[in-house]
Design a protein around this ligand. Structure first.
Ligand SMILES: NC(=O)c1ccc[n+]([C@@H]2O[C@H](COP(=O)([O-])OP(=O)(O)OC[C@H]3O[C@@H](n4cnc5c(N)ncnc54)[C@H](O)[C@@H]3O)[C@@H](O)[C@H]2O)c1
Ligand SMILES: O=P(O)(O)OC[C@@H](O)[C@@H](O)[C@H](O)[C@H](O)CO
Length: 536
């Protein structure tokens, strides 16, 4: 069987293969959503289908809503070519349970897929049309942290943004430039209300989106390219809202073993691709079962009833607390720690790292001992239960094909989460950042990882990272077997407030991290020895 619009409604056949099918008139669903779009999503990679589109799917199957999603890719056209177009926007979600069993569901909630770039006139015109529709309630985003970039390493505008500040209204290149041009079209069409919902892993993600987007719009207004009323429109919370969110579901890259298991069931067309832009994609997505989505309830044009699919709607303050808990303390920093040490120590499965007693203890120390004290209980999710589930159930699920190499992608964009915890220590009257040992060790582990030399002394490939070139200029002075080579070489990285959100030397931790890096580069085997020394 091959999933496409011709086969999707053959529920009996899908059921025979153990796949939950769709429970609505698919053709009518597509027609309605093309005529009156309500939801558009940017960044249509793995988490989008595994979680966001699956929520819409549940509502459709349960007849709680008729809302589908227009899937918009901005960055990587191959995602559409390889996966969306051949399968008529349909996907399989494969849930990997801790007992090794798989649950399989058709995701048929995507009504169309489009490449939002002026080079594709037809799709660009369609995305513009969607933005001019009064029916559009929300645009959501999982575009990775890079998608929001307006400034580069040195604090200057990126090349694409520099272009967009002049030509962006008609020919935008950057993600934020494209969004600004689309929102200008919406303003001109009637200034209809909308919510722009970042679902990326950032603390205060709504604020980050608003700031990046506003930077472009403001510059256009200063250059008299747009009316002052446009700025009033995008800055009026009654018309344009930027709800904050916390999203959580570990969604690894698609695994070839799942591809083979699907093939064994007679389900074809699930080849795993790595695109030229390094998106790992297939017609299926594989993910764990646990999932949490908490959203600030701020939707001036209304929203789908996602609470009926388990989404928690709340106020901004609560989202911020939940997000700090997950992104800054209880999950993502633990994953980043496993990622950088895992790549350096030759691991290829996150769950295998949890079998290493020192790595296991390290993430527990970072989570329970150093992270939890700065978490304010958000009430909607219990922090202790959350971290218990993370370290005992989720990260140890050996059936989850999650790799340190995936998680290490873009680490420069994520280490500011450690910075958030350090800032909380600095602000606290009872906590002292100088008591921190394991967070500094994780940061030192990242510096060691950047050498691209494993613990045995062999070179390995680093995961992609937008700052890699700049970072490696400093790291290139470090030599395995020569602890003194650390010298002052890490200063530009550890003092960079763009990377950590604070200067680690001013926080009193820079020298400690330098010393730890010295220990980690003492020679082959030094990473394992250092972990043992700190965590025996
Ligand atoms: N995978 C997870 O476990 C998970 C869980 C929670 C949150 N998230 C968030 O979702 C993001 C995406 O994760 P994913 O698993 O879908 O990754 P993915 O690699 O499968 O997809 C990434 C998507 O972002 C797009 N993108 C990349 N760079 C971009 C840019 N500069 N401008 C615009 N779009 C860009 C890609 O084209 C692709 O559509 C993560 O960075 C994270 O913030 C992921
Ligand atoms: O932290 P990130 O997303 O920026 O990097 C990779 C992983 O940690 C992440 O994708 C997790 O799988 C996810 O945050 C779980 O909800």
């Amino acid at each position: 069987m091959y999933l496409n619009k011709k086969t999707v409604s053959d529920s009996a056949k899908w059921q025979q293969a153990g796949v939950t099918g769709i429970a609505y008139d698919y053709e009518q669903f597509v027609k309605t959503n093309i005529e009156t779009p309500q939801w558009v999503h940017f960044g249509i990679g793995n988490i989008f289908r595994a979680f966001v589109a699956s929520l819409a799917q549940n509502l459709l199957n349960e007849k709680q809503s008729t809302v589908g999603i227009a899937a918009v890719e901005v960055h990587d056209e191959e995602v559409l070519e390889k996966v969306y177009v051949p399968h008529d926007n349909l996907s399989l979600l494969v849930i990997m349970n801790g007992d090794g069993s798989l649950e399989k569901h058709i995701i048929g909630s995507i009504s169309e897929s489009l490449f939002a770039d002026p080079s594709n006139q037809q799709d660009w015109a369609r995305v513009q049309y969607i933005f001019t529709s009064p029916s559009l309630q929300l645009a959501s985003f999982t575009i990775t942290e890079k998608g929001y970039a307006v400034y580069d390493f040195s604090g200057s505008f990126t090349a694409d943004v520099q272009h967009d500040l002049v030509y962006g209204l008609t020919a935008p290149k950057s993600m934020m430039g494209k969004l600004a041009a689309l929102m200008y079209a919406r303003f001109k069409a009637g200034a209809f209300p909308i919510s722009l919902v970042s679902m990326d892993n950032w603390a205060r993600n709504g604020e980050k989106l608003q700031r990046a987007f506003d930077t472009i719009c403001n510059s256009w207004a200063e250059r008299h390219l747009v009316e002052p009323e446009f700025l009033r429109y995008i800055r009026d919370p009654q018309t344009v809202a930027f709800p904050w969110t916390m999203i959580d579901k570990i969604t690894p890259r698609p695994s070839r073993s799942v591809e083979q298991q699907l093939l064994a069931l007679g389900i074809e067309g699930n080849e795993v691709y790595c695109t030229q832009k390094d998106t790992h994609i297939a017609a299926f997505v594989n993910a764990e079962k646990p999932q949490y989505l908490v959203i600030e309830d701020d939707f001036p044009n209304g929203r789908p009833p996602l609470e009926k699919a388990g989404v928690i709607f709340t106020d901004r303050d609560t989202v911020e607390k939940v997000d700090k808990m997950k992104v800054c303390t209880c999950l993502n920093p633990l994953m980043t720690t496993l990622a950088v040490f895992g790549c350096t120590m030759g691991y290829t499965l996150m769950a295998d790292e949890m079998k290493n007693p020192y790595l296991n203890k390290l993430v527990r120390k970072i989570g329970y001992d150093e992270g939890l004290p700065v978490v304010t209980d958000p009430k909607v999710i219990c922090p202790k239960d959350f971290i218990d589930e993370a370290v005992n159930v989720r990260l140890t699920n050996i059936y989850m094909p999650d790799t340190p190499q995936r998680v290490a992608t873009d680490t420069s964009q994520k280490v500011a989460r450690f910075g958030e915890t350090i800032k909380s220590y600095l602000k606290s009257e009872t906590l002292d950042p100088l008591d921190l040992v394991y967070i500094p060790l994780a940061i030192a582990g990242w510096c060691r990882y950047l050498m691209a030399v494993d613990d045995a002394g062999n070179s390995f490939s680093l995961s992609t990272d937008p700052l890699m070139e700049e970072l490696q200029k400093n790291i290139s002075y470090l030599k395995l077997g020569d602890s003194d080579s650390v010298g002052e070489n890490l200063h530009p990285i550890l003092s960079n407030t763009e990377i950590f959100g604070l200067d680690l030397y001013e926080a009193g931790l820079g020298k400690r991290i330098e010393a730890m890096v010295g220990e980690l580069i003492a020679g082959p085997g030094a990473v394992a020895n250092t972990l043992e020394r700190y965590l025996h």
